[in-house]
Design a protein around this ligand. Sequence first.
Ligand SMILES: Cc1ncc(COP(=O)(O)O)c(C=O)c1O
Length: 427
Amino acid sequence: MDKLAIFGGSKAIERPLKPYNSIGVEEAEAVKKVIESGILSRYLGTWSSDFYGGDKVKEFERDCEKFFNVKHAVTVNSWTSGLTAAVGAVGIAPGDEVIVTPWTMCATATAILHWNAIPVFADIDPQTFNIDPASVEANITPYTKAIMAVDIFGHPADVDSLMEIAERYNLKLITDSAQAPGSFYKGALTGTSSHVGGFSLNYHKHIHTGEGGILVTNDDEIADRLRLIRNHAEAVVEGMGITDINNMVGHNYRLGEIECAIGIEQLKKLPKLVLGRQKAAERLTGWLSSLQGLRAPIVMPECTHSYYMYPMVLDIEVLGIHRAKIIEALTAEGVTGLTAGYVNVHLLPMYQNKIAYGSNGFPWSSDICRRDVSYKKGICPVAEELHSSTYMGLSVCMHDMSEIDVKNIANAFLKVWSNLDYLRERK
Ligand SMILES: Cc1ncc(COP(=O)(O)O)c(C=O)c1O
């Protein structure tokens, strides 16, 4: 049996993984043309044809509409901007509650606070790590106006169950597919089956434009409101003849011509890039599925996974070893990008101290909202347990994994697992 690297043996992986890079000559050529045109953005924050941006913005949006099979695609300068625009566009008002998952990047929940509305955290499903519809329903109050689901790590949330709840309680469903472009849920691409959804184009996503985001919706009114919030709504509503001016505080969330030119080329590559991740992940699962006490990613029926992360769960009782020791041993073997746990957004200091704006606890302290919204440890037991002891992720989004890389990673796992007795003995 090979000696573990953590005890001075040789590493299972000698060659570091190649950093992920989806940008090539096509993007370089596209950028060159935009620069030569001299028009890097053609937006105007007034009611005119330039309200909708320049040629590349429009071309990229039409391409996205075709690719995602939706009526409207609206580009924005980050997905954080996109989420904020989405919350405003569905009509969320101060004091409204929006039920959101704790397993996400913090921006999903802060987009709610941006409108002085209140994030309420529901627990997650232990198999997919996505928001649990039963917990969503248990958290509905007379203040609830929307649900925000995230297709975390690349696996679709249970959109049918969430839409059914949304319809029954007259709520809007917003989906954050930042990590899951190109995943399918029951034959439809993620992001496209809710009232409004979308994707991040930041640099560590499957496809990117440096920074950026794409909103998708089939609802004409929501689409109009997204475009207004993106581009100085308050200055434009009059010209556009909009009479319902609630939530019409606008921003500059505009994505430029260069980014959109890159986006056009990136979108063409998305299916192949997703397929590459799926092949690597499925190969890895093939190797790891025999390991006792380790659960490889689960893909639910009628879903596909795009593997932003490769999520695993450890059975600590079966293993008899803490997660930290396993990660230490795997890292010593040369496995990079392992994470212990994920974020529990409700436990971040802003929620624990209930202070978002100013120093007096606004918005939670105000009369506009229900005062007893809780962020105490224990409100999301599944998410908290996975985070603190059993969840282990492998960040595939940062690397290009060849067949040999996958085999090497698998070998590192197999080596650690065949040395568990030694690891257990190590203090
Ligand atoms: C689930 C999720 N939501 C929102 C965001 C924010 O996206 P952006 O960085 O484009 O603002 C991210 C980014 O990592 C994310 O992973």
